[in-house]
Design a protein around this ligand. Structure first.
Ligand SMILES: Nc1ncnc2c1ncn2[C@@H]1O[C@H](COP(=O)(O)OP(=O)(O)OP(=O)(O)O)[C@@H](O)[C@H]1O
Ligand SMILES: N[C@@H](CCO)C(=O)O
Length: 327
């Protein structure tokens, strides 16, 4: 489970006393998530989330992430809002880790994705992209081409332990991505990790988005590519064109995509598949025996990559038969 740092009652009470939240009523570790330690903290003022940032979230990036959540919440996007202490600061330290308390969002992430979930996701993502247009902080995407290459080099010597020819497959794919990666598309701050476990629903209605800790500046449509991979494949590995069409058409009701953005999607989907394949592969190969967090399956993303490699244009996704957008 994702509680890497245990917090004593004494430390917790002293920490919470720095806020105007009343006393601690309960604090329970949250099993989900892999990056940071999260707790459901209940105080006299209600439920909150306490997050202790572990080693992969860089301290210098935290003002960007917290500033982004404040900006989005201010624009009416349903996302966690960092809570300020009595001194006006949201970011402080607990047990030697940077730590924040954020507001609690009601809802559940969907365990079984339906087309309706994708139809809700599209406009929420588009609204997020519009809302960041005047967010002034920047964070380059460390997990784009350059970052993939670095990760690949770290994983390459042992990649074939995980799948036959994986090293050669990745090497060839990185070269192809380098050659075809779009150079100029509308850009801004993207979520960059908008998987189903980061999107909450109440019934079929999207109620909030969490986990902005990979957010960065990149092509806006790259966020859609990430979502196509994370939301539109079935457990048996097949691509669900109905879900993809709903995601794209509903997104475009809020933020229409240009011809260039649509045309770039197949390569962006390949890039996004490589991004998650590589981070999962790295975690798989560097997983300490006995660790309580189960690494995610890298091969799921190898299968997705192989699917996108067969695609020659948007038509191969069977996306352009609805007539609801133009390529
Ligand atoms: N603001 C919030 N409101 C309600 N629940 C939350 C909130 N933030 C986090 N959670 C709960 O904590 C879990 C883990 O949170 P989060 O996804 O941010 O962790 P993480 O370690 O960064 O995970 P990931 O592996 O997705 O990067 C979520 O699945 C959710 O159950
Ligand atoms: N969403 C990521 C993990 C957390 O960032 C993945 O599924 O690989």
């Amino acid at each position: 489970m994702a509680v890497y740092t245990e917090v004593s009652d004494e430390d917790l009470n002293a920490f919470v006393a720095q806020y105007d939240l009343g006393g601690v009523l309960s604090c329970k570790g949250i099993a989900e998530g892999v990056e940071n330690s999260n707790f459901l903290l209940v105080t006299g003022k209600g439920p909150y989330i306490l997050t202790l940032y572990e080693k992969r979230t860089r301290r210098e990036d935290l003002p960007f992430f917290l500033g982004l959540m404040e900006h989005l919440a201010d624009k009416g996007i349903a996302c966690p809002l960092p809570v300020q202490g009595k001194d006006g600061k949201a970011l402080r330290e607990l047990c030697g880790r940077p730590a924040v308390i954020v507001t609690f969002l009601a809802g559940m992430w969907p365990r079984r994705i339906t087309p309706q979930h994708c139809a809700e996701l599209g406009p929420a993502l588009a609204r997020l992209h519009l809302a960041v247009a005047d967010f002034r902080m920047e964070r380059p995407n460390a997990l784009s081409l350059g970052g993939w290459k670095e990760l690949f080099e770290k994983c390459a010597p042992r990649a074939d332990e995980v799948a036959r020819n994986l090293r050669a497959t990745l090497e060839a794919e990185l070269a192809a991505l380098e050659a075809h990666w779009p150079r100029a598309l509308p850009a801004g701050v993207i979520h960059a990790d908008l998987f189903p476990d980061n999107v909450f629903f109440r019934g079929n209605t999207l109620s909030g988005v969490i986990d902005f800790y990979f957010a960065c500046n990149d092509f806006l449509v790259y966020d859609i590519a990430i979502c196509l991979n994370a939301w539109c494949f079935e457990i048996d590995g097949s691509f669900n064109a109905t879900k993809a069409r709903l995601l794209l058409t509903s997104y475009q009701k809020v933020r229409p995509l240009s011809k260039d953005e649509l045309a770039a999607l197949p390569w962006l989907c390949r890039g996004s598949a490589v991004r998650f394949l590589l981070t999962r592969l790295y975690d798989w190969l560097n997983h300490p025996p006995g660790a309580f967090v189960k690494p995610k399956d890298p091969l799921e993303y190898l299968r997705k990559l192989r699917f996108h490699q067969t695609v020659r244009g948007l038509g191969d996704y069977c996306l352009d038969d609805g007539g609801s957008y133009q390529v």
